[in-house]
Write a protein that binds this ligand. Structure first.
Ligand code: HEC
Length: 95
């Protein structure tokens, strides 16, 4: 049973736990939606997050932590696990 669960986790490495996804969606709504649009829709001047490349997690973490041009840095405000959860949300897309 345990090995079946582990196999499942490995085979679906990009399936984030639902709690993490939910945490990311909440964090997004609080901090990111004002610029990137509610539920990642209508970002106006900001980056259209559903188009962010899924193989560039490091870039995501770096840009979010340090900021980019008119996006402020978030490292002082968000914990690493919040940034991880945001990645789960952006990677998966709004559901
Ligand atoms: C004050 C408005 C604002 C807020 C709030 C904001 N962003 Fe941004 N964000 C921007 C703008 C503007 C850009 C485009 C930066 C550029 O490329 O010039 C951007 C770009 C990005 C990018 C793309 C960076 C890249 O490498 O090209 C990501 C990812 C991102 N934001 C994630 C987030 C997340 C996650 C949050 C919430 C923690 C957030 N943003 C909050 C304005 C904002």
């Amino acid at each position: 049973m345990v090995s079946a669960v582990l196999w499942h986790a490995a085979a679906h490495a990009q399936n984030f736990p639902p709690e993490q996804y939910k945490f990311g969606a909440d964090t997004y709504a609080r901090h990111c939606a004002p610029c990137h649009g509610a539920r990642m829709k209508n970002p106006e001047g900001a980056f259209d997050l559903p188009t962010f490349p899924k193989d560039e997690k490091e870039r995501f973490v770096r840009s979010v932590s340090k900021g980019k041009n008119s996006m402020p840095p978030w490292a002082g405000l968000l914990k690493p696990e919040e940034i991880e959860a945001l990645w789960a949300y952006v990677y998966t897309g709004d559901q």
